[in-house]
Design a protein around this ligand. Structure first.
Ligand code: SF4
Length: 511
């Protein structure tokens, strides 16, 4: 155990205190090109003495950036030392500089990238949550990162507040941190075991003390979590692509209901709760996860190609003469569609890959250009052609409508939309921001009505059976509620990601 050299601290990069070091606007802009479901969060944890754990965490988060672009954070500690946490609004590459990583070095670390699925997107809701237990409890100091959504967050929050527990954020993740920090059990593992049965909904979670990293997953396994090895150390991550980028080896998925504990004595695993059923998110395969990630043994790039093949079998477009993708989300499925249909495929758009999320308002003149900031059609490719246009999903339809219009302006003769997911008609209560039912273009409409609203010559969606065939799985151990309306776990009343904000006596700070 190393000597304790530094104080416990959260490096506050709250713009309200220090100005915005990332150069970001401190309010969410109204202009936002994204129209699809919002990715949830990405988490990472590592115990690897002798390695630059903060730097490895940084690059793991960099690989997980697609899962959340609102904030990023890392907590690190020497074995036996104090925990230092740094978090801020912005992308990973904007939040951390070289000197930050040096200050965060240690033997163990956890990290988080966030899109707000509960609570506002202010700094106080960024993670890792850093918390110390009350004097009457174990007084344990910890940092915690969470991906998912507790469906009983409001009830737990009210109970804890009635017991005098105070909160400094409005995210459900702080509830988990408070429960563990205040649990009187002697070890972090015993505390995790004690509080897991209190949580309902989706929670892939990693928590660290100054000597262990403990990861645990809800008994339905809604959100992903994988385990890896890096020389003598171990790590956990939302997706296997984060292991690849730091040179770690994928060992296996953390099982639903399992706890994995990593420390100086190596790795210990325990099944804490056997769930009534598994409910892995089907949308992870279709859209959320990176195509180079592997989930439940399936490489997503290959699975998405098979979804495109199923789409072509189920919904050919006899008059079409060219397949194009909406990049990048439709790339793999478009290749599959072309393969199965025998149609040629080409790039119909050039995508600006750096428009993940713009924080600069485009102004009146550029606003008219709309989606062109992100996609620019190629008239030389699409002009005079009858197109099959493949994308992975449609939520509200605003983007798709503009894509169809741009293709027509570029000279396309016909636009046949083919979607490698079934129609989305129901919101998600398990950690994904899907818009409300009323905002979904497929809500209460036939496919023909949707096609007309989008201005397409035809529209077709792959069936649920087609998706399950592509991943070689079935509904018994997956969640497909946003498509089918069959919710596998109890849900709170019409999900409201700001529900805790109305619970809290404090006004959330705008950040
Ligand atoms: S409702 Fe949809 S997005 Fe949410 S967990 Fe289920 S399949 Fe995934």
């Amino acid at each position: 155990m190393r000597p304790v050299l530094r104080p416990s601290v959260v490096l506050s990069t709250d713009p309200a205190l220090y100005g915005d070091r990332t150069g970001f606007m401190t309010e969410q802009p109204s202009f936002d090109q994204r129209d699809g479901p919002r990715d949830e969060c990405g988490i990472f944890g590592i115990y690897a003495p002798g390695k630059e754990v903060a730097r490895l965490t940084y690059f793991a988060l960099y690989a997980l950036q697609h899962r959340g672009q609102e904030s990023a954070g890392i907590a690190a500690a020497d074995d036996g030392g104090f925990i230092i946490t740094q978090r801020a609004l912005g992308l990973v590459s904007q939040v951390f500089k070289e000197h930050d990583l040096r200050a965060l070095d240690g033997d163990l670390a956890i990290g988080h990238v966030r899109y707000s699925t509960t609570g506002s997107s202010g700094w106080e809701n960024s993670q890792p949550v850093h918390r110390t237990g009350s004097a009457t409890s174990s007084g344990r100091e910890l940092a915690l990162a969470h991906n998912g959504n507790l469906t009983n967050a409001v009830e737990l929050h009210a109970e804890l507040r009635a017991q005098g527990v105070e909160f400094s954020s409005t995210s459900d993740s702080e509830i988990i941190a408070a429960l563990i920090a205040d649990d009187p059990s002697a070890t972090i593992e015993e505390s995790v075991r004690a509080i897991m049965p209190l949580l309902q909904g989706a929670f892939s979670t990693v928590v660290m003390t100054n000597e262990r990293v403990v990861a645990f997953r809800d008994p339905a396994g809604v959100r992903p979590l994988v385990l890896g090895q890096i020389d003598d150390g171990y790590c956990v991550a939302s997706e296997s692509c984060a292991l690849d980028i730091i040179g770690a080896t994928y060992m296996r998925d953390v099982l639903p209901g399992e706890m994995v504990s990593i420390g100086a004595d190596g790795i210990r695993t325990q099944m804490v709760i056997e769930g009534a059923r598994k409910a892995f998110c089907l949308f992870e395969y279709i859209y959320f996860a990176r195509p180079d990630s592997k989930m439940n043994g399936t490489v997503l790039q290959a699975a998405r190609g098979r979804m495109g093949e199923a789409l072509a079998r189920e919904h050919p477009a006899p008059s079409a003469d060219l397949v194009i993708a909406v990049p990048d989300s439709g790339n793999a499925a478009a290749r599959g569609y072309a393969r199965e249909s025998g149609l040629p495929q080409d790039d119909g758009f050039v995508k600006n890959r750096y428009v993940a999320r713009t924080f600069i308002q485009p102004g009146q003149e550029l606003r008219k250009q709309g989606l062109r900031l992100k996609f620019n059609p190629l008239p030389e490719i699409v002009g005079g052609r009858k197109l099959v246009v493949v994308d992975d999903s449609i939520v509200r339809g605003n983007t798709t409508r503009q894509i169809v219009q741009m293709l027509r302006e570029a000279g396309a003769l016909e636009v046949h939309l083919r979607i490698s997911a079934p129609p989305i008609r129901n919101p998600c209560y398990y950690g994904v921001d899907m818009s409300t039912r009323e905002e979904m273009i497929a809500h209460g409409k036939t496919v023909e009505e949707i096609a007309e609203m989008l201005g397409a010559d035809s529209l077709a969606y792959v069936s649920l059976e087609g998706v399950y065939g592509a991943i070689e799985g079935g509904p018994a151990n997956h969640c497909d509620a946003c498509f089918s309306g069959n919710y596998p776990l109890p849900v709170a009343e019409e999900g409201n990601k700001l529900a805790l904000e109305s619970e809290l006596p404090m006004a959330p700070t705008s950040a």
